[in-house]
Design a protein around this ligand. Structure first.
Ligand code: BG6
Length: 486
């Protein structure tokens, strides 16, 4: 009774990386520091530690004085800056149809507000994009993936400043013109809903104890909304084939019980955690519950009519999402146990397993999520991240046996297939981290996602050679069968 294989013929199978976790070469080719370059690896930290690592003014100032790539692993990444050719060749060998990669703003505009872009940086991205095209891989570009340039924090105060909109538009214009006819799919901001939670990483707004900090975060977010809308318009003007996507990390949340209070609480929680961002970017206006949320939290935003019109007239063409784990909510949260999740800790669902880092595993929640989003927005969906971190072992014969990864992905892809069967219009799937790289949350190397093993430990030791894991052959086969997992 296996369901028939129903992935569309032109379904875009592939994988996704981010410049700030893979590229390395943090001070080469004119690049300046970004927030991820200032994130320390804490070797003593427990894997299941539920607190996220804060970035403060002090963190950034200390990092500026230091050239250490052991302490700051994202500065070395996996050296993709120099290995992109051989790495993309491995993606091509797996049969990738699409490769999602991000461009580093701090590489293209090292001071954030330079008059002209840095040609050396653009040459590097020309090479990456051409390498994809030469291998028949569609490049999908994230314009900003968690790598706020430090110069924009120092000189402008991050996205709290309205001027960031124009700087971002200028950056995008360079990319849209340069890659016209080469890149069709663009993502304006990686997981924009993280901004409300990880404001330094994504908005560059430092928490220095300001009384109105929350207001500053939502103001900064508003500026990102306006910027996203403006560049969506620009992308269409420059090339009518361009498709610009919004993106959220969808935090699917179930009520802990069927007590009506729990259900109501979960509904409200879902609004400001997930839907708010897509309502603005894909429906084109601020929803009623957001206005109430602002009022209840004494948040007064400065929003002009002109901003609202830009948002209204330039909604995103599709929705990109990442799906890692589900969570639960209760009106009586003190009764629940916490477990770590992507970015922040979540309440433990007693019915789910979890990985070494405590992230819960919920394939059925994936199908639920896809239906939930499509039902509300009715635009094509693109899964831009999905997977789980695992501890892998490189055997003496250089093999890596990772049945747990194959199992995880198989179960999620099965649910994705069922969602398509439900009628969801899904155009592609880029699993997160086809090659091991530095973890975004903990800056460790041992939290591995890849089909390709990178021989590098948490301290940067190792040959940095690439080895194919068992899952490499599994994914290759899966793509060749267009997703038929049976
Ligand atoms: C996503 C981010 O939220 O989670 C990625 O977009 C990140 O950048 C991924 O790597 C997994 O998180 P982590 O902390 O395990 O690397």
């Amino acid at each position: 009774d296996k369901p028939e294989n129903i992935f569309p013929k032109d379904f875009l199978w592939g994988g996704a990386l981010a410049a700030c976790q893979a590229e390395g070469a943090y001070n080469q080719g004119g690049k300046t520091l970004t927030v991820p370059d200032c994130m320390e690896f804490l070797p003593e930290r427990d894997r299941k530690d539920k607190k996220h690592i804060e970035i403060t003014r002090e963190t950034i100032e200390n990092a500026k004085k230091d050239n250490d790539t052991v302490k700051y692993p994202k500065r070395r990444g996996i050296n993709f800056y120099n290995t992109y050719k051989e790495d993309i060749a491995l993606f091509a060998e797996m049969g990738f149809k699409v490769f999602r990669y991000s461009i580093s703003w701090a590489r293209v505009f090292p001071d954030g507000d330079n008059d002209v872009p840095n040609e050396e940086a653009l040459k590097f991205y020309d090479n990456v994009i051409d390498e994809c095209l030469n291998n028949n891989i569609e490049p999908l570009i994230t314009i900003s993936h968690f790598d706020m340039p430090v110069t924009l924090i120092d000189n402008y105060g991050g996205w709290y400043n309205y001027k960031l909109i124009n700087l971002y538009v200028k950056y995008c214009e360079v990319l849209f013109k340069r890659y016209k006819g080469k890149v069709k799919y663009w993502i304006t901001f990686n997981e924009i809903n993280m901004s409300a939670r990880k404001s330094v990483k994504t908005l560059g707004i430092l928490n220095e104890g300001q009384e109105n900090y929350k207001e500053m975060v939502y103001q900064g977010l508003h500026h990102q909304f306006v910027a996203a809308a403006k560049v969506t318009k620009l992308a269409h003007q420059i090339d009518s084939n361009n498709q610009v996507g919004s993106m959220v990390a969808f935090f699917t949340t179930y009520p802990y019980t069927c007590v009506p209070e729990d259900v109501l609480f979960t509904q409200k929680d879902n609004q400001m955690k997930n839907l708010f961002f897509l309502d603005v970017l894909n429906k084109g206006s601020y929803p009623y519950y957001a206005k109430t949320f602002f009022k209840n939290n004494n948040i007064e935003l400065s929003i002009s009519e002109e901003d609202l019109n830009v948002i209204k007239e330039n909604t995103a063409d599709f929705i990109g999402l990442s799906y890692y784990n589900s969570m639960i909510a209760s009106s009586k949260p003190n009764l629940l146990e916490l477990t770590p999740g992507n970015v922040e800790s979540v309440y433990k669902n007693p019915h789910l397993e979890h990985n070494e880092w405590g992230w819960q595993i919920d394939p059925v929640g994936f199908r639920y999520t896809l239906n939930h989003i499509y039902d509300r927005y009715n635009v094509p969906l693109f899964v831009l991240e999905n997977s789980s971190g695992f501890l892998d072992v490189l055997e003496d014969d250089n093999s890596i046996h990772d049945p747990y990864r194959i199992d995880f992905l198989n179960r999620h892809i099965e649910q994705m297939q069922l969602a398509i069967k439900d009628g969801v219009n899904l155009i592609g799937y880029t699993m997160w981290g086809p090659i091991d790289m530095i973890s975004s949350g903990t800056s460790e190397m041992s939290k591995r996602y890849g089909f390709i093993y990178v021989d590098q430990d948490n301290f940067g030791n190792g040959s940095k050679k690439r080895y194919k894991k068992d899952s490499f052959y599994w994914y290759k086969d899966l793509i060749a069968k267009n997703g038929n997992i049976y």
